[in-house]
Design a protein around this ligand. Structure first.
Ligand code: C5P
Length: 230
């Protein structure tokens, strides 16, 4: 059975292996899924992935791959070989790239597609020649991904309902931009509380700073779990 704790992924957005391992050690009793993104991976490489996996935790390798189909496929093979549970690619790479990626996955890795980054606005889309609204572009890319065999979509919590209505339970939905009521929003503008995101139908919620910058990260997790259990 899945418990609320199984649905939380803590983003290890820290600069060094020492800090990352310190956080994992503090939280490992409560949390079993961690995200390694570009900052930590660029600094520490495969070693940090192996270190987190060696604690028995699951890893989401958030590398947001976007390159020619062959290069993305070879990177998916390498990530699959690590034994990580999830990996991200940019769906704007197009259907040929997505199909090459899904064909290359092994070891039951879940391949997640990124649609439009939450930092992008309509102005950003105009700059790169896209005349559509952000939400239309999100849905277009999600459809492209699902047709090409993607396992899940990374989304803003505000996109969950539309994605579920369109794809049902065919895909996993992983959301970020999560803020408990007691946390500072930081640069997150369109956030949602953990509880509302789960109620809206997210499979996983990725949370970073509300936990990682809290004076007591373990207490932050405990508060979030309490809210989810209520
Ligand atoms: O904001 P927080 O620290 O909780 O972010 C956790 C993750 O959410 C980050 O690792 C980043 O990938 C993602 N994020 C996002 N949109 C933002 C800021 C962060 O999707 N505006």
């Amino acid at each position: 059975m899945t418990t609320p704790a199984d649905q939380i992924i803590v983003a290890l957005d820290v600069p060094t292996k020492e800090k990352a391992i310190g956080l994992v050690a503090k939280l490992r009793d409560q949390i079993s899924f961690f995200k390694i993104g570009l900052q930590l991976y660029t600094a520490e490489g495969p070693e940090i992935v192996r270190a987190v996996l060696s604690t028995g935790a699951k890893v989401w390798l958030d590398l947001k791959l976007h390159d020619i189909p062959n290069t993305v496929a070879r990177a998916v093979e390498s990530a699959s070989a690590f034994g990580v549970q999830m990996l991200t690619i940019h769906l704007s790479g197009g259907s040929e790239m997505i199909r090459a990626a899904t064909a290359a996955r092994t070891n039951n890795i879940l391949l997640l597609g990124v649609t439009v980054l939450t930092s992008a606005t309509e102005q950003t889309l105009r700059e790169i020649g896209i005349a559509d609204k952000v939400e239309d572009q999100v849905l277009r890319l999600a459809k492209l991904g699902v047709e090409a065999g993607i396992d899940g979509i990374v989304a803003s919590p505000h996109e969950i309902k539309k994605l579920r209505a369109e794809f049902g339970n065919k895909i996993k939905i992983v959301v970020q931009g999560i803020r408990p009521t007691w946390a500072e929003p930081g640069d997150q503008k369109r956030f949602m509380t953990p509880r509302r995101a789960i109620e809206a139908g997210a499979d996983y919620i990725g949370i970073g700073r509300p936990i990682t910058t809290h004076p007591d990260p373990s207490e932050a997790v405990a508060k979030i779990l309490q809210e989810l259990a209520r």
